[in-house]
Design a binder for this molecule. Structure first.
Ligand code: SAM
Length: 447
């Protein structure tokens, strides 16, 4: 909520501030300027014929991979493209796309590819200038973003009808500044594209979800998403620790109250050179009807395609509803949550009842249906043994091993103790009742 000191001074990396690196970066900008002039004026140059081949060469040059040679690491074009393509609402000619930490502009270049191109670069850039907003602390980066957008308009077929400074000036909403102090423009965004700094804040911040020196990505995402209006779309490239780290659970809960129709896409490493895992978070700002974010699904846990519990057990809910079902039919052993030892085995069942519905043959595992995200274990089981058929109360889920083996039941008990299974269930189902489908989807790791 409240930042004691603005993380303004917490600039991304010392590397970027390093004079030598900035010099390399300035060289890259000069290269882009040269491409513009060759494209525009020099009819003997390789760039003057404006063919598709030349266009793709220019694209290669403005690709951020080239920029790496200058020692600066920023969003790759492929990742930027993915982030822009995954907005909930598509970008069109009435959108305002804001990148509050635009760096060298990969996200804005990718966003510009969703906008129309007009015959002249001046009219194209005037329109893009109204629809694309970028902020960065460093003027060199801002300049780079603008240069790349000018070249992008040429590559897309617009005629370079004005000088470079005149064209750059049309991109009026791309400027130097601290995004946390430029909240008014961010509030107008229809689309927020965000790849914030990932280092820890240099100063102490105090929020209801965390105190101290916090990962800036958590702070920037939180602060910037707070000012967005309902209906706007977010696409954020964030460090994976925000998605999976237990110390960011409170952050995850805090931001969940503003998003609906969200999607989490785990992307692995930021790039080959940078050993940071990342994910893309998409969603629609919706404070009235926010919905649960699936931070960890079977897919995000990397378990997609692996065997599931349902492959080895029949899973169903106990059939006895005590207040409703008459004591009629055959007499059976009868179990309900209170009669079962947690994490234990029961062979001698003392309660009996008459029942005319579905009954179960031991051995099987019974799991209590009622549990919540704060419980130490979400799924608390008991193994039921013996020869007698058992009537089961409907606050229990019954898992009968398909091969009839007690060993399989014991393996299941071991599995349910594991932390990642808790995490899986907590993310799969946050309400207090476990469901047959959530239990059936638990990944099985013994085969
Ligand atoms: C991960 S990089 C963004 C990369 C960018 N998407 C690209 O295509 O190159 C983070 C950027 O945030 C900028 N930055 C850090 N703090 C900022 C702030 N308070 N306001 C604006 N920009 C900031 C850094 O200068 C850096 O360029």
């Amino acid at each position: 909520m409240l930042i004691i000191h603005s993380p303004k001074t917490a600039i991304e990396t010392n590397k970027i501030q390093d004079g030598e690196q900035m010099e390399g970066f300035a060289k890259y900008n000069t290269k882009l300027e040269q491409v513009f002039h060759l494209w525009k004026k020099d009819y003997n140059s390789n760039f003057s014929n404006h063919s598709n081949i030349t266009a793709s060469k220019v694209r290669e040059l403005i690709d951020i991979a080239t920029l790496r040679e200058s020692g600066v690491f920023f969003t790759s074009d492929a990742l930027a493209e993915k982030a822009i393509n995954s907005f909930n609402e598509p970008i069109d000619d009435s959108s305002l796309v804001v990148d509050p930490t635009c760096g060298s502009g990969s996200l804005l270049v990718a966003a510009s590819r969703k906008l129309s191109v007009m015959p002249l670069a001046s009219e194209t850039l005037e329109q893009w200038g109204k629809q694309l907003c970028g902020i960065d602390l460093f003027p060199e980066f801002v300049y780079c973003t603008k240069l790349r957008l000018v070249l992008e308009s040429l590559v897309r077929g617009a005629e370079a009808d004005k000088s470079l400074p005149e064209l750059l000036d049309l991109l009026t909403n791309i400027h130097t500044g601290d995004c946390l102090e430029n909240i008014a423009v961010i509030a107008k965004a229809t689309h927020l594209a965000l790849n914030p700094p990932y280092n820890n804040s240099k100063t102490v911040a105090k929020y209801r979800w965390a105190n101290g020196k916090i990962n800036n990505a958590a702070i920037y995402y939180y602060e910037l998403s707070q000012v967005l209006k309902d209906g706007s779309s977010i696409s954020a490239i964030l460090p994976d620790v925000l998605r999976s780290g237990s110390r960011f659970e409170a952050w995850r809960n805090a931001i969940e109250s503003t998003l609906s129709i969200s999607k989490v896409s785990v992307e692995g490493r930021f790039d080959k050179q940078t050993d940071i895992d990342i994910f893309i978070l998409n969603g629609l700002v919706d404070r009235k009807t926010p919905s649960i974010i699936e931070w960890q699904t079977a897919e995000t846990l990397g378990l997609e395609g692996s065997p599931k519990l349902r492959d080895f057990f029949e899973v169903s809910v106990g059939a006895v509803v005590p207040y409703r079902d008459p004591h009629e039919g055959k007499l059976y052993a009868y179990i309900h949550p209170k009669t079962l030892p947690r994490w234990g085995e029961i062979g001698k069942i003392s309660e009996n009842r008459k029942f005319s519905g579905r009954v179960f043959q031991p051995p099987f595992v019974a799991i209590r249906r009622t549990s919540g995200p704060r419980d130490r274990h979400r799924a608390v089981p008991t193994i039921v043994l013996g020869k007698r058929l058992v009537a089961v109360e409907n606050h229990l889920i019954v898992l009968t091993p398909k091969n009839g083996s007690l060993d399989r039941c014991r393996e299941l008990l071991k599995l349910l103790k594991e932390e990642n299974i808790n995490e899986f269930l907590n993310n799969r189902i946050r309400c207090r009742h476990l469901t047959v489908s959530a239990i059936s989807e638990i990944p099985w790791r013994f085969e």
